[in-house]
Design a protein around this ligand. Structure first.
Ligand SMILES: [Zn+2]
Length: 143
């Protein structure tokens, strides 16, 4: 048995606490920087979708104001549906992105809504609005 003096143990303990704190600080710093990047990406995508939505709404208004030829009604209806679909997709995207921004503000961004574990960074980089980790997402898709 090796006898270690109390001061040595204390010193070792302090050193490991300091190392732990340092690692934690680095982790927080990194994640803060990453979070800021995600926030910017989400905001940029929201702006993009808002533009798409505004365009679709504007086109819809312009189309309904235009007198359409009876022969063109099928084409006009098709265009109306296409624009409505485009607007729906944009609205849905904006909602998803805004929810992800809310999660950043609430401090639970990147946390799987199903199992609570961390969502893979690669997945978040590809899909910043992801709510589930890969495993839970795959399980949901199978059901
Ligand atoms: Zn999960």
């Amino acid at each position: 048995m090796v006898l270690v003096r109390a001061e040595c143990i204390q010193e070792l303990w302090f050193r490991s606490v300091r190392a732990g704190e340092y690692r934690r600080e680095v982790k927080i710093l990194l994640s803060t920087k990453k979070l800021q990047q995600f926030k910017e990406t989400l905001e940029a995508r929201i702006l993009e979708s808002e533009r798409v939505l505004a365009n679709a709404e504007q086109e819809t208004r312009a189309n309904s104001a235009r007198e359409s030829d009876p022969g063109d009604q099928a084409a006009a209806e098709y265009e109306r549906q296409t624009l409505a679909h485009k607007a729906d997709v944009a609205r849905q995207t904006i909602r998803r992105l805004s929810d992800a921004l809310k999660r950043i503000r609430a401090g639970n961004f990147g946390e799987c809504a199903q199992c609570g574990s961390e969502i893979e960074l690669k997945r978040l980089e590809a899909v910043p609005w992801a709510r589930y980790c890969l495993k839970c997402q795959e399980a949901r898709e199978q059901h």
